[in-house]
Design a protein. Structure first.
Lengths: 114, 113
């Protein structure tokens, strides 16, 4: 596609439920990133993929968060046993090269945990 | 602690005026990025600054980087209403081949007609 596509755009769930957020990067971009943005703040790094492998997952807040990119294109961010504090906009970005490359962001998935 | 600080965090100004947004960071880096975000929208890349002394301009916006001072500026010339948005700077703090940006809190810019 023309840009980074994220689904769903909005997700409301109850505390304790499992959530999956999907990111379809720009075709040909090998690097993919997940960020989390809370209201009034800058994005917070979660995880970075180069191809199929997670090159840096140091930003994942705890073991309830997991992300995959099995074929080196689409990525899924998975959150288990959601908590109210997980509520945020989850942003996905892709770039052509892993470093010093311009990031292209999707419009985000807004997660609300009740 | 790695920090990226923007100031001001909020700026209301009249059309036609000039102003500068500042981005300070706490550790050595030679890669800095400026992004724009409209309400409810994604982040749009404005400038990529990759070396000391880099200066880039696009329309009424100009960005510069001083790696020795650990400072970047985003200058707005003769502001127009369409530039109203939140502007973020982000610094590449990665020490190896991995890629990790640390973001400022953003500067919310409101330009009044």
């Amino acid at each position: 596609g023309a840009g980074v596509s994220q689904t769903p755009s909005n997700k409301v769930t109850e505390k304790g439920k499992y959530v999956e957020l999907r990111c379809d990067p720009i075709s040909g971009h090998t690097a993919l990133y997940w960020y989390r943005q809370s209201l009034g703040q800058g994005p917070e790094f979660l995880i970075y993929f180069q191809g199929t492998g997670a090159a840096d997952d140091s930003g994942l807040p705890n073991d309830r968060f997991f992300a995959v990119r099995p074929e080196g294109s689409v990525s899924t961010l998975k959150i288990q046993r959601t908590e109210r504090g997980d509520s945020a906009v989850y942003l996905c970005a892709s770039s052509r090269i892993g470093r010093a490359g311009e990031l292209f962001f999707g419009e985000g998935s807004r997660l609300t945990v009740l | 602690e790695l920090k990226v600080e923007q100031n001001p965090l909020f700026l209301s100004m009249q059309e036609g005026k000039n102003y500068t947004i500042y981005c300070n960071y706490s550790t050595t880096s030679d890669r800095l990025y400026w992004y724009r975000q409209d309400p409810g929208k994604s982040l749009e890349s404005l400038f990529v600054l990759l070396s000391n002394g880099a200066v880039k301009q696009e329309g009424r916006l100009m960005a510069s980087l001083d790696t020795k001072a650990r400072l970047s500026t985003l200058h707005i010339t003769a502001a127009v209403h369409d530039l109203s948005a939140t502007y973020f700077c982000a610094v590449d703090m990665s020490l190896d081949s991995n890629y990790q940006l640390i973001w400022g809190a953003g500067t919310k810019l409101i330009i009044k007609p």
